[in-house]
Write a protein that binds this ligand. Structure first.
Ligand SMILES: O=C(O)C(=O)Cc1ccccc1
Length: 305
């Protein structure tokens, strides 16, 4: 970056996976810890940071729905993505043994990703959710908690002086989280490397709307990599009157779709023009380079500076 260090806001404290994702996307960046995602978004909106990092889906737990809602509430643009192999460790204060533990704390995603392994380790513990994995490690160290372990990265163990009681405790060794990078301005889409585009749309009146939308991509040989629906926040219920029978109530949905094409391609522009005909609302969240880094599941957080 020639003297200019990109400032990347993430939710959590140093040692969080989001910090590692920031480092993978922007190797020499200054990663800025934030209490909450809202704060990370605000940091970008107020020019305190240049990018925000947001985890959006996980190979074990699926979509992180709250974060999809955040994308819609804010006006930031997706400018990149990172897929990060997530390698969880069980951390405790030095000298603490597994038998002493009565509680494990971590980010809800991390707790869910280690559910079966925790049981297999024979731990008789309650699980408690906190805001981020590294924050859980810091909390144990700061409060000298000898009955509590955290699920977090090996880097968090280093940073907060904890020992690793068990390594690689995710239920599936190919545990990957996908993060998106957000900026105030969109990037200019290109065609010289694989791009992905993320959109969100809402139903319009009519039948088979989803089928029509999806066919706009299918007829142009554009592959979808993701489709997700979320209840529409402001218009949750649609009432359909049938004079003879009564009133049917349906949920209304927002659909999130990722497809493998760049908005610089005419076929993508045509597909979206068609989608617009069938939808009451359509927003391009971003068109950005796909993460094409080679797959290496076992090393996880150790590989990121
Ligand atoms: O809490 C963290 O470290 C995060 O960055 C969120 C998270 C939690 C679990 C897996 C991947 C990301």
């Amino acid at each position: 970056m020639h003297g200019f260090q990109l400032r990347v806001a993430y939710q959590g404290v140093p040692g969080a996976y989001s910090e590692a994702a920031a480092g993978k996307a922007y190797p020499n960046c200054e990663a800025i810890p934030c209490d909450q995602f809202e704060v990370a978004f605000k940091a970008v909106e107020l020019w305190i940071a240049d990018r925000a990092v947001l985890p959006v889906e996980n190979s074990l737990g699926g979509s992180i729905h709250r974060n999809y809602d955040l994308l819609l509430r804010h006006r930031l643009h997706i400018v990149g993505e990172v897929q990060l192999p997530v390698h969880h460790c069980l951390l405790a204060l030095p000298g603490v043994r597994k038998e002493y533990l009565s509680r494990v704390i971590s980010h809800p995603q991390a707790l869910a990703q280690c559910e079966h392994t925790l049981t297999k380790l024979g731990l008789n513990v309650t699980r408690e959710a906190v805001d981020d994995t590294a924050g859980a490690a810091e909390y144990i160290a700061t409060n000298n908690l000898r009955d509590t372990a955290a699920i977090a990265s090996a880097r968090a163990a280093d940073l907060y002086g904890l020992q690793i009681l068990a390594d690689g405790i995710q239920d599936d060794s190919s545990n990957v989280t996908r993060f998106v990078m957000l900026a105030r301005e969109p990037i200019i889409p290109r065609t010289d490397r694989p791009f992905k585009t993320s959109i969100v749309f809402a139903h319009d009146k009519g039948t088979s709307v989803l089928f029509k939308v999806l066919s706009a991509f299918a007829f142009r040989n554009i592959s979808l990599t993701k489709i997700e629906s979320r209840p529409h926040r402001n218009r949750t219920i649609r009432l359909v009157d049938d004079a003879n029978v009564g009133t049917a109530k349906h949920f209304e949905y927002m659909f999130y779709v990722d497809f493998e094409a760049s908005m610089a391609e005419v076929r993508a522009q045509n597909a979206l023009a068609e989608v617009q005909e069938f939808t009451s609302f359509l927003r391009v969240l971003g068109s950005y380079p796909m993460d094409m880094t080679p797959w290496c599941p076992s090393r996880g957080d150790h590989q990121v500076p």
